[in-house]
Ligand binder design. Structure first.
Ligand code: CAA
Length: 258
C-alpha cells in the first residue's frame, strides 16, 4: 500500500513510520490518522516485525490536529462525522511495542500521539505542549488524561491551562520521556531500542506491555495478581525454557516466539 501523509519502512524486525506533511509541520489531518491506522494494521500482522517506531521530522514530530481542516466545523459536524476522532485511538491499541522518537514540536494532538506510544525518546530540541487553550479549544485525543497520568496534576494543569511548551530536559525530569538524545542520534538510538525489544520473545513482550499499561488503570492488588499469573504463564512457553537454558549455558538465547 502507498501512503501520502506518512512513510512506512521496514528495517529488519522494526517498522518505522514517519509522519510526512512537512509543509504543515506534520499536522494531523484525517487522512493521516487513517493512513497511520492502515500502516499499524500492516505492521501488526507482519510476523517479521517485533516493534514499531513513530517519528516526524527534526523540526516537528507533529504540531497538533490540522487546525485548517477543522476550523469551520460546528458542533453537529463534529458529532456527526466523528472524523477527527475515528482512527485516533488506533495507536494506543497497537499490540506490538511502539516507541515515539520525537524531535521539534510535539503539540496538541502531536503530544497526545506521542503519549499513546509505549514510551518516548526525545531529541534535545523536542518541545511538548497542549496549546489547545490558546486557540479556543481543549485536548481531544487524550491530552488532559494521559499527560496528568504521566507528569502529575501540577505540571499537567500548568501545561494545559497556560498552553506553554515543555522542553526535552524538563520532560525527562517530569517523566514524560524516557530519555533525551542529541538531535543527530535520537532516531538511531530509538531504532536500536526497538530492535532490541524485537529480539526478545514476542509473547513475553506482549504480556509485559499489557501489564505495564494495566498498571495505570488497575488497582495495585489486581495488577499484582495478574502479573503473578502471567509470570507463571511464561513457564508454559518454549522461550522461557530457552532463555533460562541459554543463561545457564552462557550463550545467547534463540527465541522462537512460542
Ligand atoms: N494545523 C494546520 N497547519 C499547521 C499546524 C496545525 N496544527 N501547525 C502548523 N501548521 C502550518 C502553518 O499553518 C504553516 O503553514 P503555511 O506555511 O502554509 O502558512 C506551517 O505549518 C508552518 O507553521 P508556522 O509558520 O506557524 O511555523 P512557526 O515555526 O512560526 O511555528 C508552531 C510553529 C509553534 C508549531 C506553530 O505553527 C503553531 O503554534 N502551530 C499550532 C499548534 C497548535 O495549536 N496545536 C494544537 C492543535 S489542536 C489539537 O491538536 C486538538 C487535539 O487535541 C486533537
Amino acid at each position: 500500500m502507498t501512503y501520502e501523509t506518512i512513510l512506512l519502512e521496514r528495517k529488519d524486525s522494526v517498522g518505522l513510520i514517519t509522519l510526512d506533511r512537512p509543509k504543515a509541520m506534520n499536522a494531523l489531518c484525517e487522512a493521516l490518522f487513517n493512513e497511520l491506522a492502515s500502516a499499524l494494521d500492516e505492521l501488526e500482522v507482519d510476523e517479521k516485525i517485533g516493534a514499531i517506531v513513530i517519528t516526524g521530522s527534526e523540526k516537528a514530530f507533529a504540531a497538533g490536529a490540522d487546525i485548517l481542516e477543522m476550523k469551520d466545523k460546528n458542533y453537529s459536524d463534529m458529532l456527526a462525522d466523528n472524523g477527527l476522532t475515528k482512527n485516533c485511538d488506533r495507536l494506543a491499541q497497537c499490540r506490538k511495542p511502539v516507541i515515539a522518537a520525537v524531535a521539534g514540536y510535539a503539540l496538541g494532538g502531536g503530544c497526545e500521539m506521542a503519549m499513546m506510544c509505549d514510551f518516548i525518546v526525545a531529541a534535545e530540541n523536542a518541545k511538548f505542549g497542549q496549546p489547545e487553550i490558546t486557540i479556543g479549544t481543549i485536548p481531544g485525543i487524550g491530552g488532559s488524561q494521559r499527560l496528568t497520568q504521566l507528569v502529575g496534576k501540577a505540571k499537567a494543569m500548568d501545561m494545559c491551562l497556560t498552553g506553554r511548551m515543555m522542553g526535552a530536559e524538563e520532560a525527562e525530569r517530569a517523566g514524560l520521556v524516557s530519555r533525551v538524545e542529541p538531535l543527530g542520534n535520537y532516531l538511531s538510538v530509538t531504532l536500536e531500542l526497538a530492535a532490541q525489544i524485537a529480539s526478545y520473545s514476542r509473547p513475553v513482550v506482549t504480556m509485559l506491555k499489557g501489564l505495564v499499561n494495566a498498571a495505570l488503570e488497575t488497582p495495585l492488588a489486581q495488577g499484582l495478581e495478574t502479573e503473578r499469573q502471567q509470570f507463571k504463564a511464561t513457564f508454559a512457553l518454549e522461550d522461557q525454557k530457552e532463555g533460562m537454558a541459554a543463561f545457564s549455558e552462557k550463550r545467547k538465547p534463540e527465541f522462537k516466539n512460542r
